[in-house]
Design a binder for this molecule. Structure first.
Ligand SMILES: [Zn+2]
Ligand SMILES: [Zn+2]
Length: 357
C-alpha cells in the first residue's frame, strides 16, 4: 500500500513538472517520463505477487483460499448445531423411555427382568453422557509450538511448527493435532491422542443404547404402528390426543434408535477395525498408498505403530492390569492415555521386517 501511495504521489509530481515545461522541452521529456512511470509500475506490480517459489499449485491454492475459508468456517459453525442436535435427540429418547417404556416394563415384566432393565439402562446412559461430554470438552492435543528436543517428521506449512510422528494439520481447528484421527462435526472437535478413547467409547455405548432401545420398544412400536395405521374397510378407532402422542412418540423412538444403531454401528465397527490394526483414519489412507508403493518395488510394508491386536486395545483403553477392563472400560474413567502423543515406541521386530515380503 505504501508503494502504491509513493507511485501516485510520484505520478502527480511528474505531471506538474511536465506541464511547467515549454512545448519543445515537453516532447523529449514526455516519452522519458511515461517510460519511467511504466517501468516503475511494472516493478510495483511484480513486487505485489512475485515469489521465486510460485507455481500453478500455489496460484490455484490462493484462488481457492476464500472457498476453503468459507467451508472450514461453515463446518465449525455447523459443529455447534450438530452438538445441540445430539444433545436434544438423546434427551428426547431418554425422556420417552422414562415416560413410556420403563413404566410398562416395571408393570408387566418379572422382577429379575425389571432389575436388569433398570441396571443396564442406567449404566448405558451414564456411559453415553460421560464419554460424549469428555469427547467434546477434551482437547485432542496439539503440536508443541516451540522447537523442543523431540523427533519430528516434518514442518507444518500452515502453523510453521515441527510436526511429531502421527500429527496432522486440521484446517477446521486451524492447528496441528497429535495422533489425529479425523475432525468430527458431531463433537465439534478433532479426534486425536487425548480424546480418542472417549470418542470410541461414546460411539460404542451410543450404539449399544440404540440397539437396547430398539429391541426393548419393538413390541410397543408394533402396537403403536398398528394403532395409527389407516383402516380401509372399517372406520378407525377413536384415540385421545394423549394416546396419539404416545403412539407417535414410540414411532419416533423406534425409527430414530434403529437408524442410529445401523449408521453408528457401522462407524463403530470401522473404528474397531482401525484400532485393531493400530491405525488412525488418516494413517489408513497413508499406509494403503505406502503398502502399494513398496509392493511395486518388491518390499513389504509394516505399520510401525501396530503393537498386536490385543495390545492396541490395551493401549487405547489404558489397560495395565485385568481389573482395568472393568474400572477403565466398563465404568466411566478420566485416566490419561498411554504416552504423550509426541514420541512413539515402535516394537523392535517391526524394524527388522520392513524389507522383506
Ligand atoms: Zn498445522
Ligand atoms: Zn479439527
Amino acid at each position: 500500500m505504501h508503494s502504491w501511495r509513493c507511485y501516485f504521489s510520484r505520478l502527480m509530481r511528474l505531471s506538474v513538472r511536465w506541464f511547467r515545461l515549454c512545448p519543445h522541452q515537453r516532447q523529449g521529456k514526455h516519452f522519458r517520463s511515461i517510460r519511467q512511470l511504466w517501468s516503475y509500475r511494472k516493478v510495483l506490480l511484480n513486487s505485489l505477487y512475485f515469489n521465486i517459489l510460485t507455481n500453478w499449485d500455489t496460484v490455484l491454492d490462493s484462488i481457492f483460499e476464500p472457498i476453503y475459508w468459507l467451508v472450514d468456517n461453515l463446518t465449525r459453525w455447523f459443529g455447534v448445531v450438530f452438538v445441540c442436535l445430539v444433545i436434544s435427540l438423546t434427551s428426547s429418547v431418554v425422556l420417552i423411555v422414562y415416560l413410556y417404556v420403563l413404566p410398562l416394563i416395571v408393570h408387566t415384566y418379572p422382577t429379575h427382568w425389571v432389575l436388569w432393565h433398570l441396571c443396564y439402562g442406567h449404566w448405558n446412559v451414564v456411559n453415553v453422557v460421560f464419554h460424549y461430554y469428555r469427547a467434546v470438552t477434551t482437547s485432542p492435543g496439539n503440536s508443541p509450538q516451540e522447537k523442543a528436543d523431540f523427533p519430528t517428521v516434518t514442518i507444518c506449512k500452515k502453523c510453521i511448527v515441527p510436526k511429531p510422528a502421527r500429527t496432522h494439520h486440521c484446517s477446521i481447528c486451524n492447528t496441528c493435532v497429535l495422533k489425529m484421527d479425523h475432525h468430527c462435526p458431531w463433537l465439534n472437535n478433532c479426534v486425536g491422542h487425548f480424546n480418542h478413547r472417549y470418542f470410541f467409547s461414546f460411539c460404542l455405548y451410543m450404539t449399544m443404547g440404540c440397539i437396547y432401545c430398539s429391541i426393548s420398544a419393538k413390541d410397543m412400536f408394533l402396537d403403536a404402528y398398528n394403532a395409527i395405521e389407516s383402516y380401509y374397510q372399517t372406520p378407525p378407532p377413536y384415540f385421545t390426543s394423549e394416546e396419539k402422542f404416545f403412539h407417535k412418540s414410540l414411532l419416533y423412538l423406534w425409527v430414530l434408535t434403529s437408524s442410529v444403531a445401523v449408521a453408528l454401528g457401522g462407524l463403530t465397527i470401522w473404528h474397531a477395525v482401525l484400532i485393531t490394526r493400530g491405525e488412525t483414519s488418516v494413517e489408513r489412507h497413508i499406509n494403503r498408498k505406502e503398502r502399494k508403493r513398496r509392493k511395486q518395488i518388491g518390499k513389504a510394508f509394516r505399520n510401525p505403530y501396530h503393537q498386536g491386536a490385543i495390545n492396541n486395545w490395551k493401549i487405547l483403553f489404558g489397560v495395565e492390569k485385568s481389573s482395568h477392563w472393568i474400572t477403565r472400560v466398563l465404568l466411566p474413567s478420566s485416566h490419561p492415555p498411554h504416552g504423550d502423543g509426541i514420541t512413539w515406541d515402535c516394537p523392535p521386530h517391526k524394524h527388522q521386517a520392513m524389507d522383506t515380503i
